[in-house]
Write a protein that binds this ligand. Structure first.
Ligand SMILES: *Cc1c(COP(=O)(O)O)cnc(C)c1O
Length: 385
């Protein structure tokens, strides 16, 4: 009999739902509306910049902190978009936002510390927090509006709370926190002297003229906020895994202290290319947002002709629906049956919830796909469901 030798810190977090469902899509020839990666690549000029960087010899270990051109581009981006002033001690480049999240949790959370976070959770938060020995305290965003419940946030804070982990625009619900909601988060953080780690990878992908407001721009918040972002979502280079964390030097140093022993550094030719993207291609995320908004409407309209409630998102790549009327025990059963029934793959949102009463029947659909793919997915759903 095979003996499992896996460490307890990985118990229950051995694989990701995205890998599982993308493999299922390939195996069954299904339309993949599951994993959130775009069908189309980012700006060709940025790809050329990466090729040029490789040809000009930028192929050895970059500095652990990140290449100076990328650090400067992040600094300029934060100044230009949000009026946030940073110096090079206040930015660290990471292997995607994923490593910035890992670095933040491993670098800031001691065993037993509590982390207040929005439920449904992005799955890496749960996994890395478990590895760090921390304890999650959920604040649940509830359908149909998925707004932040300020009282729930207040009640989740205890004497053991080390930090609040925020995500806006929020994956998977598409909630974009309003200024009033962010002010409430800031008030709680200041009252309890908490750090806030805020995952803003969808910062530019916000619809209907809404605005993304970085928490770090609120009064009194810069000094206690670590902001995380990535080129993956803004520039449609999810496979490049170039991300960054920014904020006060002490918080950035904590991330760097951990990431030095994870990847140390990565993406030598990709970092300068992302610098080009940040410095010269503000138009790309703008155009992408317009496109995504149309695709959101297309997918939402199509899904709403089926027997499910559709919760229209304010940002991100994703729309959530309630599939309870299809009569499956839960969303996972629905999603597992979907490839055979309709030739489509989606993600059961319940894997992002502890509270199965809230998340058990919710399913996440990605619209960061070519129009033809969305239409084919909808056509299959209409005939198969
Ligand atoms: C995609 C995503 C990430 C991961 O970003 P990478 O740069 O690909 O590592 C982190 N947080 C959220 C909410 C995401 O959707």
């Amino acid at each position: 009999m095979a003996i499992s030798r896996t460490a307890r810190r990985l118990e229950g977090i051995g694989s990701t739902i995205f890998a599982e469902m993308s493999a299922l899509a390939v195996r069954t020839g299904s339309v993949n509306l599951g994993q959130g990666f775009p069908d189309a690549d980012g700006p060709p000029a940025v790809i050329e910049a990466a090729v040029e960087a490789m040809r000009s010899g930028r192929n050895q270990y970059p500095p652990g902190r990140g290449t100076p051109d990328l650090l400067d581009a992040v600094i300029a981006h934060q100044q230009r978009h949000y009026g946030i002033s940073l110096d090079r001690s206040q930015v660290v480049a990471t292997t995607g936002a994923t490593e910035a999240i890992a670095g933040a949790l491993l670098g800031l959370v001691d065993p037993g510390d509590e982390v207040v976070m929005l439920e449904p959770y992005y799955d890496s938060y749960v996994a890395v927090l478990q590895m760090a020995g921390g304890v999650r305290r959920p604040v649940t965003l509830r359908a149909p509006s998925f707004r932040l419940d300020i009282d729930a946030l207040r009640n989740a804070v205890t004497s053991k709370t080390k930090l609040i982990l925020l995500n806006t625009p929020h994956n998977p619900t598409g909630t974009v926190l309003t200024l009033a909601e962010l002010e409430a988060v800031a008030a709680v953080a200041i009252e309890h002297d908490l750090i806030v780690v805020t995952d803003e990878v969808y910062e530019h992908l916000v619809f209907d003229g809404r605005e993304h407001i970085p928490l770090a721009t609120l009064p009194g918040m810069f000094d206690r906020t670590l902001t995380i972002s990535s080129a993956g979502k803004s520039f449609s280079f999810t496979g490049w895994k170039v991300g960054w964390a920014s904020g006060p030097a002490s918080l950035v140093a904590a991330v760097e202290g951990a990431k030095n022993w994870l990847s140390y550094s990565s993406g030598a030719p990709l970092q300068p290319a992302v610098a080009v993207a940040l410095n010269h291609h503000d138009d790309f995320p703008l155009a992408l947002t317009k496109e995504l908004q149309d695709k959101r409407d297309r997918l939402c309209d199509g899904l709403s002709t089926l027997d499910m409630d559709v919760f229209v998102p304010q940002g991100t790549y994703f729309v959530t629906t309630d599939v309870s009327r299809y009569g499956y025990p839960d969303g996972r059963a629905f999603c597992e049956a979907l490839p055979a029934r309709a030739g489509v793959v989606a993600i059961p949102s319940q894997v992002f919830y502890d509270d199965q009463a809230e998340g058990g029947q919710l399913v996440r659909w990605a619209f960061c796909k070519e129009v033809g793919v969305i239409d084919e997915g909808l056509r299959r759903l209409r005939s198969g469901l």
